[in-house]
Write a protein that binds this ligand. Structure first.
Ligand code: ATP
Length: 250
């Protein structure tokens, strides 16, 4: 059953790769997250969803240390990374694809990948693996990122972050700005990323489609955990559907 998280803490999964516990943060005087818990296991796809302004993107930024943690911890593979700087998180196997400004528009596809792989040895081999994942990028290596289609740009953003071969990738709205017919393809890519061995923690507004590829999900509401559970149980839950998904025939 999808569980309503009215407990003090959401139970920790013993086999979590990424574990977030009691995270609080915000902007200036504005507190946004009020003690958020979540776990991602190796090779899982986990979805965070909830109303506008719930703090979903803020959570991704906090995990990636783009915002300071006011309270709480983030661990990766059992190591506390709460004090690790953003630039060093790559060494702990964490990658991040922001929702916007996720490629360098004036650089070519190839140059964008070079920057993604700057810190990585064996980046030639990694490129070849990524061309298998995103063949369209290989066909457009010398094209400027600013001239890519929305879908291609999303692929490049993901490929850049994957150059470092992370164990877990944080993806903020992979389908943002894509035409409806491209949305499913964006989720196909997320699934393929997982098949290549990288766990994915994603935020999405296209909740039904995202739950279709996710293993588990967490509902955030007003900066707090509200529901959590397996994706199919969240989809089947009347409370989650009524509050966060809208009825199918709406
Ligand atoms: N840079 C910022 N400075 C000040 N407040 C911010 C900033 N970014 C976000 N906020 C505020 O923090 C709250 C949470 O924003 P956030 O973007 O994390 O929500 P979200 O759940 O991702 O929403 P959405 O689904 O609309 O993208 C909102 O009230 C927002 O106005």
């Amino acid at each position: 059953m999808a569980a309503e998280a009215d407990l003090d803490r959401v139970p920790r999964l013993d086999d979590a790769l990424l574990s977030v516990r009691g995270v609080e943060t915000g902007y200036g005087d504005l507190q946004v997250l009020r003690g958020v818990d979540l776990d991602v296991r190796a090779e899982e796809i986990v979805l965070v969803f909830g109303p506008n302004g719930a703090g979903k993107s803020t959570l991704m930024r906090a995990i990636y240390r783009l915002l300071p943690l006011w309270a709480g911890t983030v661990t990766v593979g059992g190591t506390d990374v709460s004090a690790v700087e953003t630039d060093d998180l790559v060494d702990y196997g964490v990658g991040y694809v922001p929702q916007t400004e996720n490629v360098f528009p004036n650089l070519t596809v190839s140059e964008n990948l070079d920057i993604g792989g700057a810190a990585v040895s064996g980046s030639k081999r990694r490129r070849a693996e990524l061309y298998d994942l995103f063949p369209r990028l290989e066909e457009r290596l010398e094209q400027r990122a600013s001239t890519l289609s929305g879908g291609e740009r999303q692929m490049l953003a993901m490929a850049r972050a994957l150059m470092a071969d992370p164990d877990v990738l944080l993806v903020d709205e992979p389908s943002a700005g894509l035409a409806p017919q491209l949305v499913d393809r964006a989720f196909d890519h997320v699934q393929r990323v997982r098949e290549e061995g990288t766990a994915v923690l994603m935020v999405e507004q296209n909740v039904r489609a995202a739950l279709g590829v996710a293993d588990r999900g967490y509902v955030l509401d007003m900066g707090e955990n509200r529901f959590e559970g397996p994706a199919d149980e969240l989809l089947a839950s009347d409370a989650v559907r009524d509050l966060y998904l809208g009825r199918r025939d709406d």
